[in-house]
Design a protein around this ligand. Structure first.
Ligand SMILES: [Fe+2]
Length: 190
């Protein structure tokens, strides 16, 4: 995707090929991030244990459904722009810039601590890409804005489990999923 040749042979009306290619390149990694998130949410759904099991287990499936819709919308936007959406696990793993989620069976609140960090990383990058596409393609920008709004709501659902009565988050200061899981979990810093 770094060659000087445009990656697309046609694109939507009103965009130059280079512009369409740039948006496709940015969306390609957002598609990986959303596919990765939908799998990670299911992984957590399957691996939560402890007193908050049912609340967290059941909270996650609607998030999976919506994130899968988001991935579908991004993939179809790539196609409309003349690009080729990459939906295979191999492409995802080869091209992603983040590590695999690394918490296995764990307390539900510990998982939510780690998931808080997952959402932060994904939302920050969605916001960055929103700013980058804004000048080129407001229609793609609009799609990303809609997604960030929903992702931020899902992160609030997660954070509500991590917030103390004083309003601080148990994951504050954690830089890795494991750190966040440890500080949020039942043996954590609360
Ligand atoms: Fe299930």
């Amino acid at each position: 995707m770094t060659s000087s040749q445009p990656a697309v042979k046609y694109t939507v009306p009103g965009l130059e090929l280079e512009e369409g290619s740039k948006v496709v390149e940015l969306l390609r990694v957002r598609l990986h991030a959303l596919n990765d998130l939908s799998l990670t949410l299911k992984h957590i759904h399957w691996n939560v244990v402890g007193p908050h099991f049912i609340a967290v287990h059941e909270m996650l499936d609607p998030q999976v459904d919506r994130v899968r819709e988001m991935a579908d919308d991004v993939a179809e936007r790539i196609s409309a722009l003349g690009g080729v959406p990459a939906g295979t696990p191999g492409a995802l793993v080869a091209e992603r810039t983040w590590d695999d989620y690394d918490v296995g069976r764990a307390d539900a609140i510990a998982h939510l601590g780690a998931l808080d960090l997952v959402y932060t990383g994904l939302i920050e990058e969605h916001r960055r890409v929103r700013a980058e596409v804004a000048e080129i393609d407001p229609m793609t920008e609009d799609l990303i804005i809609e997604q960030v709004r929903d992702l931020e709501q899902f992160q609030w659902f997660v954070r509500a489990h991590l917030e103390s009565a004083g309003g601080s988050l148990s994951t504050a200061g954690a830089h890795t999923e494991r750190q966040a899981a440890e500080s949020a979990g039942p043996d954590g810093g609360r």
